[in-house]
Design a protein around this ligand. Structure first.
Ligand SMILES: *Cc1c(COP(=O)(O)O)cnc(C)c1O
Ligand SMILES: [Zn+2]
Length: 414
């Protein structure tokens, strides 16, 4: 890989050759894949990109840490739509708002970007088996992307993982271990099993290539905005790998001169589980928290990518915002009703954060904002029904329909 220099420890600065099975530094720090931007500048222009027909995350190969002869993994990941949400922007009182619907990926979450990268790197490493622990989406996306590439998967999820995600895992043929414990317990067991059997490791906090996959969401947002930089990009945060990837993508584009400034990040967490935002707000080191939120994908009490995430928020002069489960459910309803976008609770937490920042007057008419919806609502229909209610249920009888409308005070439009 001519365009990749090495993996560099974010803690101690030690560098490692970019082998496909790279993990963490000997000091325990997470590695960051470092590029030769001068070389990339000589191989990639905005025009060559614009002419490209590959509408997937792999259109950005010059910025991705894969060998030139590694095939694109089979599933079409990325190039999700970026909608301008005019009605929602007006309702919230923000200047401009775009919604990036990453729930439209093949297994219905942003995690597909990391899992596709894991599959590409596992193939380079000659691995036949990949494993991970996950709150749910990393698992289901790994299972799907690996199945398509003919790789076996061992997956560890906490027993609280919603049914939709578990159904995906079983459909994609993973060996699934549902751990009766927290996400932290799940992570530890997966680590021991991976060490024991030598599987390819798709844990985002350990494998430095995964945030390189996730960064493609930033590359797409900027290309879709025709390189016009928004003031803010809002995203939900659990382990922190996603927001770190988002920031990495933006910095890459800045380094090769595709954008002339950097947006500020908005880190949205659940009030009941916000260890990273609390660290930013108090200026103290992060401390573990209970995993107390219905947004299961970001219920991460011990964030595994804390260093990279905190750095991203601070470097971007970012905002933090913590939302309650009620605010998450309200955002789910609002996105559905104003944009036709159906997000899972963690998927809409960024939008809930934008709404709250508007209400607090920290965002307003002068600001332009992108909100990333990170996962699809069909993964967790129980919580969607909780947020949005039950339908009118009657036997097939016109009189009962009229009664039902009358009882509920529904004035029927024609
Ligand atoms: C994983 C996930 C996140 C957060 O990503 P982290 O890398 O854990 O911070 C947010 N939303 C959804 C839907 C996710 O699956
Ligand atoms: Zn180190």
């Amino acid at each position: 890989m001519k365009h990749v220099l090495y993996g560099k420890c974010v803690k101690c600065g030690k560098t490692y050759a970019a082998a496909p099975d790279l993990t963490t530094c000997e000091c325990g720090g997470i590695l960051d894949i470092t590029y030769d931007y001068d070389y990339i500048k000589s191989t990639l222009t905005k025009d060559t990109l614009a002419a490209r027909r590959n509408n997937s995350m792999w259109r950005y190969r010059e910025l991705l840490p894969v060998e030139p002869d590694t095939p694109d993994p089979p599933l079409r990941v990325g190039w999700s739509p970026l909608y301008e949400a005019e009605n929602l922007a007006r309702q919230l009182g923000v200047g401009k708002l775009w919604v990036k619907d990453d729930g439209l990926n093949p297994t219905a979450s942003l995690k597909d970007r990391a899992s596709a990268m894991a599959v590409a790197k596992a193939r380079e490493a000659g691995a036949k088996v990949i494993a991970c622990s996950s709150t749910g989406n990393a698992a289901s996306s790994l299972a799907g992307n690996a199945a398509a590439a003919g790789l076996k998967t061992y997956i560890f999820v906490p027993s609280r993982a919603p049914k939709g995600k578990v159904a995906q895992l079983m459909t994609f043929g993973a060996t699934v271990i549902s751990v009766q414990g927290s996400y932290e317990d799940t992570f530890e067991l997966s680590k021991q099993a991976i060490d024991r059997w030598g599987w390819y490791n798709r844990n985002a906090a350990i494998n430095p290539y995964l945030s390189e996959g996730k960064k493609t969401v930033a590359l797409e947002i900027m290309e879709q905005l025709n390189w016009q930089v928004p003031d803010y990009i809002a995203i939900s945060v659990g382990d922190g790998c996603t927001i770190a990837g988002l920031w990495k993508g933006l910095k890459d584009l800045h380094a090769i001169g595709f954008i002339d400034r950097l947006p500020r990040l908005i880190s949205a967490q659940a009030e009941g589980c916000c260890p990273l935002n609390r660290a930013i707000e108090t200026g103290e080191p992060w401390r573990p928290m209970e995993e107390n939120t219905l947004a299961d994908s970001i219920a991460v009490g011990v964030p595994r990518n804390a260093d990279k995430a905190l750095m991203a928020i601070r470097e971007s002069n970012g905002l933090t915002v913590n939302v309650s489960d009620e605010e998450i459910m309200a955002a789910q309803k609002l996105l559905g009703r104003t944009c036709g976008v159906f997000g899972e609770p963690a998927g809409v937490t960024g939008t809930a954060g934008v709404k709250k920042l508007c209400e607090q007057g920290r965002l307003g008419e002068h600001d332009t904002v992108v909100s990333v919806v990170t996962g699809n609502g069909l993964k967790d229909v129980a919580n969607a029904i909780k947020a949005c209610g039950e339908p009118i249920s009657i036997p097939a009888d016109m009189h009962l329909l009229l009664d039902a409308f009358a009882q509920r005070g529904i004035r029927v439009e024609q």
